[in-house]
Ligand binder design. Structure first.
Ligand code: LLP
Length: 435
């Protein structure tokens, strides 16, 4: 049900791995992010079994931007994955959560000296060079630190993937990576090879996010292997590592066909193995960077239903006590979510527009939601909110970032507490700090 086997129905109410959603809402308050831990760990186990264990000399970096909290990191590390980070902040949180530095890839399209010094001082496993200026920058900083940095170069494979223009990164017109429609990326590779403090391991790409079509991954793999051949021929350097990025798509609604992870991996690996033998080279170390696919379907957001307003002849607005501050995706991408009344799954259905409580007309949660006799005080559940919800949450209108609760086999535990009002003024130097 709703993209996770741990979401079930019991006596007309929603259960999240054995715990009634409305009980969680009552106990911890709303809005509340609830994660079905076993959905998360099943997926991590599949990455381990269908990729890491099945194919030697591979690695998987969880794209931590999807949800960077300690309880997720704990499982990520336990299952043998590493992570990718894109800022000093993500690096800090990951290190604080105990992610080993050697398992960290540092991305970013505009890394500052401070970011790179921090990455070098932490001895992160690999830094992914994104643009020409970063080569001299990183060489200078690594020399200062007397270190040699393992690096990948991010190239634009010109394969366009992604469910929305704002999450497509593989085409020519992108701020990410070295373009490949001319030879400048080959120049960049030569100059990295000339650097005394950079050790080039291979190439990276990421073509977009929420990709539901396996053929985009196979096309990416083919294209990346074309680049391996060209780079070898033109520079004499044979990439020993190829990272095909993240973007593995999930089902947000019943209409979405989720990507079949294991099958996609098998097809990608078959291409890389075949193309390596055609090139007469050892198969490069292969990396992937799934974010959304690991955490999205484990997450459900719970709200309390408040105002219900019918504009005669137009629509009925049903307001919840959160919205764009805890889930910006409908406003930003037109993302569509499935919703239910958690304490009354079935009944005579009413069509409503679910809106948030922020002071914005664009604060939409779900359009055309079909809910069973919704009433003020009900618990509204929104599914598949584990990725890019908590991590993109803001304090707009001084909403407090919600708590996160993990549920496993009938037992729940709070893993992130809700921000307090005092947290909202913590950094304001002109406000007297409450105790
Ligand atoms: N690797 C790189 C270099 C990336 O830039 C990203 C995502 C990923 C991996 C992970 O992609 P995933 O497997 O999660 O699709 N906020 C947007 C998604 C932005 C993704 C940015 N980069 C959303 O809510 O849809």
């Amino acid at each position: 049900m709703y993209g996770s086997r741990y979401l079930t129905e019991h006596e007309n109410t929603l259960m999240i791995d054995g715990v009634a959603a409305s009980e969680l809402a009552a106990k911890y308050g709303t809005p509340l992010y609830v994660m079905a831990e076993r959905e998360l760990t099943d997926r991590l186990a599949l990455v381990r079994d269908a990729f890491l264990a099945k194919y030697p000399d591979t690695y998987a970096s969880y794209a931590s931007k999807a949800l960077s909290i300690g309880a997720v990191y704990e499982q990520v590390v336990k299952h043998g994955l590493g992570i990718d980070v894109v800022t000093g902040g993500e690096l800090y949180v990951a290190r604080a959560a105990g992610v080993p530095a050697e398992r960290i890839y540092f991305h970013g399209s505009n890394k500052t000296d401070e970011d790179l010094r921090y990455a070098l001082s932490e001895n992160v496993g690999t830094i992914v060079i994104d643009h020409a200026g970063e080569i001299a920058q990183l060489e200078r900083l690594a020399a200062e630190e007397r270190k040699t940095a393992n690096v990948l170069i991010r190239i634009v494979p010109q394969v366009i993937g992604g469910a929305h223009a704002k999450i497509q990164t593989g085409g020519v017109d992108t701020k990410f990576g070295f373009s490949t429609h001319d030879d400048s990326y080959l120049e960049a590779i030569r100059s990295i090879l000339d650097c005394g403090h950079l050790s080039l391991q291979g190439i990276h790409c990421h073509v977009g996010s929420q990709i539901q079509d396996t053929s985009l991954f196979t096309k990416t793999a083919e294209t990346m292997m074309d680049f391996v051949g060209t780079i070898r021929e033109q520079t004499g350097f044979t990439p020993a590592e190829v990272n095909v990025g993240g973007g593995f798509g999930i089902a947000y609604t019943e209409a979405d066909i989720p990507l079949v992870f294991a099958d996609t991996i098998d097809q990608v690996m078959a291409i890389i193995e075949r193309r390596s033998s055609e090139l007469g080279i050892k198969r490069p170390r292969v990396g992937i960077e799934p974010g959304r696919w690991i955490v999205a379907n484990a997450g459900t957001t719970l709200y309390t239903v408040g105002a219900i307003k019918t504009v005669e002849g137009v629509r009925t607005y049903l307001s919840v006590d959160g919205g764009m501050a805890d889930n910006i995706r409908p406003a930003l991408y037109g993302a569509v979510y499935e919703t239910v009344i958690a304490n009354r799954l079935a009944g005579s259905m009413t069509e409503v527009t679910v809106v948030g409580a922020a002071c914005e007309s664009g604060d939409l949660v779900a359009e055309k939601a079909h809910l069973a006799k919704p009433q003020t005080g009900d618990t509204l559940a929104v599914f598949a909110t584990g990725a890019y919800n908590y991590s993109m949450a803001s304090n707009y209108n001084q909403f407090r970032r919600p708590a996160v609760v993990f549920v496993k086999d009938g037992v729940e535990r709070e893993v992130v507490r809700r921000q307090s009002y005092a947290d909202l003024v913590r950094n304001d130097l002109m406000i007297h700090q409450p105790n």
